[in-house]
Design a protein around this ligand. Structure first.
Ligand SMILES: Nc1ncnc2c1ncn2[C@@H]1O[C@H](COP(=O)(O)OP(=O)(O)OP(=O)(O)O)[C@@H](O)[C@H]1O
Ligand SMILES: [Mg+2]
Length: 306
């Protein structure tokens, strides 16, 4: 756990504070992102972050942890995730070993008291976040992948910040975690869950904002190329594609162009590298036909034609 005591941890005093703090740790928040993050730290309410893939939902939680100097506890959700993997589980092997080493004449009550102590508990992320001495940032990533039963279990945890273990009693949070839940919207979440959360819709950023993000991740890339890259990505997003490119793809494309030493994004460079931003066979055809053709031919092709 971090050596900083909780009284020394940064506590933002305004929305501008949060915006500056997140920027400092490498995350450029939009207006509503900074606002909702600020409210979350002050009101102690969980934030539900929804939006398309690759727009910075997960990264926001990581950046908040860096900025607030808190440990990030992450629960990655998947279909079939259950309490044993999310909350806690008894360490059966250790319990068995203990039973075997108990004296033969030890009574049942004695054995039971012994093997249902904290020592035999395997903490999973939700419990780690609740039981932590120092406040943490809890990321419940891709909550839409779980089922409604799991959501119901989470509700109790998110409203009371406590966990009941039948054999052990109640474990209450000693400190209040900042909680972020992310969802890609693959299923509608329950109203009950939404009611308990602040809501942040993260969308693709506007051109200038995305340019700043790309330049932050690839500062060596020439500004003119970076701008052209972002303009093209925005054009591509306008098309009706199976999977429009996200910020993650813009960043990857910038890195690829840098590695290849591209001096411009001409038609040829675009053809050669567009699979970095477009990842479906049919989308590739659409993009080549609608965006690729509008770009300048490569410099040598231009000379040949002259
Ligand atoms: N505002 C931002 N400032 C800096 N970097 C950003 C910002 N938004 C997104 N990124 C970068 O974009 C990439 C994708 O972000 P992230 O993985 O958080 O997306 P996501 O929304 O969680 O996607 P998915 O739904 O696929 O999990 C990361 O490399 C992240 O650093
Ligand atoms: Mg994510």
């Amino acid at each position: 756990m971090s050596a900083v005591s909780s009284s020394q941890l940064p506590s933002p005093s305004s929305v501008t504070d949060v915006a500056a703090g997140l920027t400092e740790v490498g995350y450029l928040p939009g207006e509503s992102t900074a606002l909702v993050s600020y409210l979350a730290t002050k009101l102690g309410k969980p934030v539900l972050v929804e939006g398309p893939a690759g727009v910075g939902k997960t990264e926001l939680a990581k950046a908040l942890a860096r900025y607030l100097q808190r440990t990030l506890v992450r629960l990655q959700c998947y279909e079939g995730l259950d309490e044993a993997k999310a909350l806690y589980e008894w360490n059966y092997r250790k319990q068995l070993l203990r039973i075997q080493t108990e004296a033969d004449d030890a009574g049942w009550q004695h054995v039971q008291d012994d093997i249902f102590g904290e020592e035999f508990l395997l903490q999973r992320p939700l419990m780690t976040a609740i039981a932590s001495d120092a406040p943490v940032v809890l990321l419940i990533d891709e909550i839409d992948k779980t089922d409604q039963e799991f959501e119901a279990m989470l509700l109790e945890l998110l409203s009371d910040f406590q966990i009941s273990i039948p054999e052990l009693g109640r474990i209450e949070a000693k400190t209040h975690p900042v909680v972020l839940l992310t969802s890609n919207n693959t299923r509608e979440l329950t109203e009950a869950l939404k009611r308990r959360c602040l809501y942040l819709w993260l969308d693709y950023p506007d051109l200038e904002h995305e340019l700043q993000i790309v330049r932050l991740h690839s500062p060596e890339l020439d500004e003119t190329i970076a701008r052209k890259l972002v303009e093209i990505v925005h054009q591509v997003r306008e098309l009706d594609l199976k999977k429009p490119p996200s910020i993650a793809e813009s960043i990857d494309w910038a890195r690829a162009l840098l590695l290849l030493g591209a001096g411009d994004i001409d038609a040829q460079t675009f053809r050669e590298t567009m699979s970095v931003i477009v990842k479906h066979r049919t989308d590739l055809d659409t993009v080549a036909a609608r965006v690729g053709v509008k770009l300048e031919p490569a410099a040598d092709a231009r000379t040949n034609a002259a």
